[in-house]
Each structure stands twice: as C-alpha cells, then as structure tokens.
Design a protein around this ligand. Sequence first.
Ligand code: CMC
Length: 435
Amino acid sequence: MTSKATGSITVTVEGSNKSTTLPLLGGTLGPQVADIRKLYGDLGIFTYDPGYGATASCESTITYIDGDEGVLLYRGYPIEQLAENSDFLEVCYLLLNGELPTNGEYKAFHKGVTYHTMLHEQLRRFYDGFRRDAHPMAIMCGVVGAMAAFYHDNLDINDAEQRRIAAFRLIAKVPTIAAWAYKYSIGQPFLYPRNDLGYAENFLYMLNGVPAEEYVNNPILSRAMDRILILHADHEQNASTSTVRLAGSTGANPFACIAAGIAALWGPAHGGANEAVLKMLAEIGSPENIPQFISEVKDKNSHTKLMGFGHRVYKNFDPRAKIMKETCHEVLAELGIKDEPLLDMAMEMERIALSDDYFIQRKLYPNVDFYSGIILKAMGIPTSMFTVLFAVARTVGWVSQWKELIEDPSQRIGRPRQIYTGAAARDFVPVDKRG
Ligand code: CMC
C-alpha cells in the first residue's frame, strides 16, 4: 500500500512574491505529511530538522507508533496482543512477510530459521582475536560484519532469493554469535545451537548451559525471554533502523547494514539504556538517595539523565514498558525473589518521577528499558549482555526494514543536506605569512 494525496500546502517566502504548492500525503494511520521534494527546486530552500523529529524518511508498512496514545502496532497488530498470544518466530514471520503465518507457513519458517543456526567453523576463530574483557557489543559489530566475508552466495541485494536467505541467516545466527560473545568473556566453552529447542529457549541454553551438565529449561523464563524479544523486535524509524536504511540505501550488503545498526544501537540514548539503568540504580545505591539523584537530573549543568525514562516518540506510557513491568513481576515470583532491592528502587524512582513537575511537564514516562534490565538481571544475564539481547531481538526489525527499502522502487541513496556555518570562501595563506 502506498500513501495517497490528501491535499496541499502553500509555502510563501515572506517579503517576496515567491511561493509554491506542496502535496500533502496520508498513510493508513498518523498525521499528514508535506512532500517537500520540490521545495528546493521551486524556492531554493532546504528544510532544517536536526534529529529528524518532524521528518518522514520513507514510506513503511511494518510498524506504527502513536506516541501520544501509547500505541505500538506490528503490521497492524497491537503489541499487547502479540506479547500475550504469539511467539517470537511468529512475530519474525509477520514482520518479514506482512501477515501472520498459517500452520504450514509457520512450520516451514521455523525449519528455515533452524537450518541456519550454526556459524561457519572458521567464524569461531574470530573470537580469539578479541581481548577477554571486550564488550560483547564490540564482538557483535565485528562478527556480524564479518559474516559478509563468509556468505558470498547472498550478497546480491537485487536477487530476492538471496535476500530471503540472508534474512534467515541473520535471524538464525545472531543468537549464536551473541551467546558465544558471552561465553568467550567468561571463559566457558561455546555451545552449538540446539534445533530441538524454541528460539528463546535455545538462546538461553547457549548462554547458560555447560557441556558438563544437563540443561534444564525453565518454561517461565523462556517465555519471559520470548516476550522480551517480541517487545524489542521493531520500532519503526529509530536511530539504529535509520542507520540500517541509510547504509542499505548505498547498496551495501545486508550483513554490513545490520552491523551498522548494531553499532548505532550500542549508545546509551538508544539500546545501551537498559545497561545504563542498572548502572544508574547501582550508583544511587539506596532509596533514600533518590531525591538527591532526581535533583541532579533536573540540574541542566549536571548532564545527568534518568536512564530508562523519556522517548522521542512516546509522550505517554511506552506500551512495551507496561508489559515489561508485568513480566518483571512474573519472573521475580518464579525465581522466588521477594525482595529485590533494585526493583524496589526502580519502583520508588518511578513513583517519585511520575509525581514530579519536571517529568510531568516534559511528558517523561518509563520506557521499555526501565524494567528490562531488572528482569534480565534476575534471570542471571550479565549487564554487559543487555544491549546484545536488544540487538538479537531487533535483527528481524532491521532485516524487514532493509528488505522493504531494497524492494521500494522509489528508494534513492540517503543524503541529507546542511546549513553551512563555517568560514566563507577564502584564499590559502602560506605558513610563513600566517599571523
Ligand atoms: N532524564 C531527564 N531529562 C530528560 C530525559 C531523561 N531521561 N529525557 C528527556 N529529558 C528532558 C530533556 O533534557 C529536555 O528538557 P528541556 O526541554 O528542559 O531541554 C526534554 O526532556 C525533552 O527531551 P529531548 O532531549 O528533546 O528528548 P529526545 O526526544 O531528544 O530524547 C531520549 C529522547 C530517549 C534520547 C531521552 O529521553 C533520553 O536520553 N532518555 C534516557 C535514555 C533512554 O532511556 N533511552 C532509551 C529509549 S527507549 C529504547 C530505545 O528505543 O532505544
């Protein structure tokens, strides 16, 4: 489905007789969009939107967010319904193909993913090149990028079948790459994937299992992991997805594009926030220090942010945070954790922040990362792996968006413009004449 013309907008340059009429476009949901493509040609004017807060960079049929109402839809389905009734592989199928699978389609998709879970044995040797204390996100950027050197048979982005196989390879291998990054850091043997286990179950097995002991799966924890994967699977044109699309617009291969997305995700303002939330809670130390911390956050000169709060698009509760909070309580109950000081602190922090004018006026609510860190910590996942987990989940979103970009006939290389504020043209001065 493509956007439709819904009207027009006339732009007049004040103090001159120059003006132009721009089309307004409408999608299925969401605000109208002014198509400014001919603005420069007609008026010689660029638009300025640092951070792209008001700019649609593409048409997409994958994910819809209504930030004021706290709505998140994957291919039209509310995230709450998917988290409750679906599983991650089914959501992967939905994001990639646009529809929920039939039984037969699901089975074939499951087989397609499990067929590709192992890594090339030589890729295993890459890990030895990293220092023992390397951050697993650094390993992820390197190893995922290196996949392009191993899978030459699906680097032709113009071949639909090669794109399909690349999608399977990325979704299937990323958990193996991630689990091995962790095993490497703790000096334990790498475990090969087990195709008799579900996606989340197998990931937990590769993270927590050891060859010396039989692995016992906990269905509640696997379900919680599956839900975390679903909640993080896609989020329309966020920083890492836009990075994947920008890299993809140059014709770069899918492995290079996803590695670029992983690098963008790493930052604490984006996927690194779940790790940053736990670091923040540990630094605060105890609930009585929260008011002092909150005053620091409100002091602009401190550059301190309340991690896990705020979102560029959600100006209401992040719907993912609500589900995450419920999952958090389920996991803690399952593990018999009655008094988790970090959770108590997080809840106290949420209570104080939600009643504080600073946060109310700026519409800052807990986001998905506020609770995910606490769940993952309770599940025994080390802090340095939190963002990696986000990358595992988001790979399907990145791949779906990359595929959509390549299949869009109107796609061009991404190339923003700028307002140049540097020196005007001037002549070179030889070094002995410079004062
Ligand atoms: N703590 C304190 N103040 C904040 C926070 C925060 N977490 N977030 C925004 N603000 C303030 C900001 O300083 C600004 O104040 P003022 O109007 O006085 O200048 C106002 O709220 C508006 O914020 P903004 O900087 O214009 O918001 P943004 O859309 O540019 O940034 C954000 C969004 C997510 C980067 C930011 O809220 C943030 O850094 N949050 C903490 C990091 C975090 O939790 N990130 C995870 C996002 S969800 C997962 C994901 O999608 O990756």
